[in-house]
Design a protein around this ligand. Sequence first.
Ligand code: UDP
Ligand code: MG
Length: 322
Amino acid sequence: MIRLSVVLPVYNEVENLPRLLEALATTLQGTQTPYEIICVDDGSQDGSTELLRHLAQTRCDLRAVLLRRNYGQTAAMAAGFHAARGEVIVTLDSDLQNDPQDIPRLLDKLAQGYDLVSGWRRERQDATVTRLIPSRIANWLIGWVTGVRLHDYGCSLKAYRAELVADLNLYGELHRFLPALAYIEGAKIAEVEVLHHPRLFGRSKYGLDRTFRVLMDLLTIAFMKTFLTRPMHVFGFFGLGAIGAGLGLGIYLTCLKLFLHQSIGSRPLLFLAVMLLLGGVQLFGFGLLAELQMRTYHESQGRPIYRVREVLGAGLPEVGKG
Ligand code: UDP
Ligand code: MG
């Protein structure tokens, strides 16, 4: 019985991997919990793939999931979640910036009855202008939009209950919003301060453009949070409101024309009435469509966002192939 699965997305981290696995094994063996480490190779080109291939054959605590190409961190994490068999899943970066020593404290917190425990890199070791400031703003915005108040959304070191992860569908680069998505699913979320180290080997895979991607993803999340279950409540409300106002104005103008014989053809009010009617009908129709769309969204789940080439190690069935 495996209780703990540690999921590591790996993209060109050949120098970090051996050190990281060493540190992980030391910490995890100390916890006396049956564990597995799942390395998801996200199409590395620097030899990480070959290293993992080798390690998966020699270590009994390691499974390697090799993706066919570079799909991005979110897909790599999703593949890891899919392969994980533990009751608890811990994720961290494979670049040694997160410290495995923090895992037991996350697990303790999780055991207090939380579904998700997120790390908070209080003393973060990244460049100030390009990383820390955008991240400050992003954290504040995300907290404000989603209603989940965390200090540090970007920290990869997190612990989850497996059944929570099973409910989450990841797309695009939404791994940063896992706490927000979990919150939409009704999870109890806590935060724990963790260590953070500068990157010693390899390079960061992200640049400044990440800020904009995060903003776009945030819009998606805000939209999902509002509309996921009842789009008609929002669109229908505004649609009917606009239709009502348009009709009222139209009736008023018709009365002016019929009973007071005024000319209404050039009145701005007439245009407003027409616009409101048309806009209202469209909003209403859009709400209905969104409602159908959301049904499809909810009912057609179970499609992975990645394709696994092969799964190595521990003689287990292949995961998500096809
Ligand atoms: N990563 C990945 N696929 C990618 C980009 C990154 O699996 O396309 C992994 C990477 O190997 C690392 C983690 O995601 O383990 C975080 O990446 P990185 O350290 O570059 O991000 P940063 O710490 O700079 O935010
Ligand atoms: Mg990093």
